[in-house]
Structure formats: structure tokens, C-alpha cells
Design a protein around this ligand. Structure first.
Ligand code: ADP
Ligand code: MG
Length: 191
């Protein structure tokens, strides 16, 4: 129970999703602190429970198994779930964080992503992959542009929308204008 819930509404599961590098972990932790909610990372949760398997260096998570285990565990609790698969978990609202693909390039390069993984993720951000997935999974989707904002400002924007009872808003970004600039990082043809 918190100040952000309408009377009668009991607990809330908030999923924070988006392309790697958009700021999910930073924002989720800060949001959970602000709301007094628990913070949970999809990756840690799945790893601890043996959901999914290691494929090479990566944990491949079965999303159905994840969704089932998380809804069982977090039913009746206030929680912020952080991860690029969090929109597959039944949640009261899905927050889709967006960031200019140029920022995604910089952040993922800094993380030492391979060219291939970089391309895959920059492309995903460019063409709204996670947003589209989230809309297929949940009625309540809030898209937030983090570009040029501080994590604190992003958290402020999210909590303000929730406070006003707004749980569906999208179509607020258009990255087509930066396509040319990120083109060198995309995987085109067999190059
Ligand atoms: P993700 O979990 O989506 O991969 P992280 O939170 O780990 O992203 O990393 C995002 C990076 O971007 C951090 O270094 C963070 O400080 C920075 N950043 C800059 N501005 C923002 C913002 N408005 N919201 C979230 N992160 C931001
Ligand atoms: Mg993260």
C-alpha cells in the first residue's frame, strides 16, 4: 500500500523494461526507493531459481516459466521488476524506457558488447521492439523517453503519471531521424 494507489487498490507490480542500456536498472532502483517498493532483477531471480539455462555466456530465460514463478512469488506485494524480459511478467503496469539509439550505442560499447550484440540492440531500440512486445502482453504500458533527462527526472515523470492514474501512454518517440547516424552500427546484409 502506498500513496500512489487509488483507494481499494491493494498492491502493485511494476515492470520496468526496455533495450539494454536505456537505464532500467538505474531507474528501477531509484523508483523502488521512492515508492517504498521491493526491487527485483529478472536476471538474479531467474538465476537463483534455476529458470533458464546458460547458453555460452548468457542465461537464456524461459519467459513462461519466469512469468509463472514471478507472479506466484510477488502476488500481493509491492515490487519493481527490472529487466528487458519483465514485460512478460503479469504486472499492473509496464514501464518501457526509451533512449536515443545514439546513447544506446555509446553505453553498450562502453560495456564491451560484441559488434553483433550491439547491432541487435541498437536496431531493437530504433524500431520499438520492446514497446511492441509490451503492448502485446499488457494493457497498461507507459512509454518514457529518458533522453536528456536525469534518472531522478525519469522517476519523477513515472510517479507523476501513476499518481494521476495514467497507465497507458505510448507513441512518444520517433528515432527515424537518427537512423543515418546509427547506420554504421547496424547489421545490414552479410557485411
Ligand atoms: P539497463 O539496466 O537498461 O541496461 P543501466 O541502468 O544499467 O541500463 O545503465 C544506464 C546508464 O545510463 C547508467 O550509466 C546511467 O547512469 C545512465 N543514465 C543517464 N541518464 C539516465 C536516465 N535518465 N535514466 C537512466 N539512466 C541514465
Ligand atoms: Mg540492467
Amino acid at each position: 500500500p502506498s500513496a500512489y494507489l487509488a483507494p481499494g487498490e491493494a498492491w502493485m507490480i511494476i515492470a520496468v523494461t526496455g533495450t539494454p542500456g536505456v537505464g532500467k536498472t538505474t531507474v528501477s532502483k531509484l523508483l523502488s526507493e521512492k515508492l517504498g517498493y521491493e526491487y527485483v532483477s529478472v536476471k538474479d531471480f531467474a538465476f537463483e531459481r534455476g529458470i533458464g539455462e546458460m547458453v555460452g555466456e548468457e542465461l537464456e530465460i524461459d519467459v513462461d516459466e519466469l512469468a509463472e514463478a514471478m507472479s506466484r512469488e510477488f502476488h500481493g506485494r509491492d515490487v519493481v521488476i527490472d529487466g528487458h524480459l519483465s514485460h512478460f511478467v503479469p504486472a499492473d503496469v509496464v514501464i518501457v524506457l526509451r533512449a536515443n539509439p545514439k546513447l544506446v550505442v555509446g553505453r553498450l560499447m562502453e560495456r564491451g558488447y560484441s559488434r553483433e550484440k550491439l547491432a541487435e540492440n541498437v536496431e531493437a531500440e530504433l524500431v520499438d521492439v520492446i514497446l511492441v512486445e509490451a503492448l502485446e502482453e499488457n494493457e497498461n504500458v507507459l512509454e518514457i523517453d529518458t533522453t536528456g533527462k536525469t534518472p531522478g527526472e525519469v522517476v519523477e515523470e513515472i510517479s507523476e503519471l501513476l499518481e494521476r492514474g495514467i497507465k497507458r501512454r505510448f507513441g512518444i518517440v520517433d528515432w527515424s531521424g537518427v537512423y543515418d547516424e546509427v547506420l554504421p552500427y547496424l547489421r545490414l546484409g552479410s557485411g
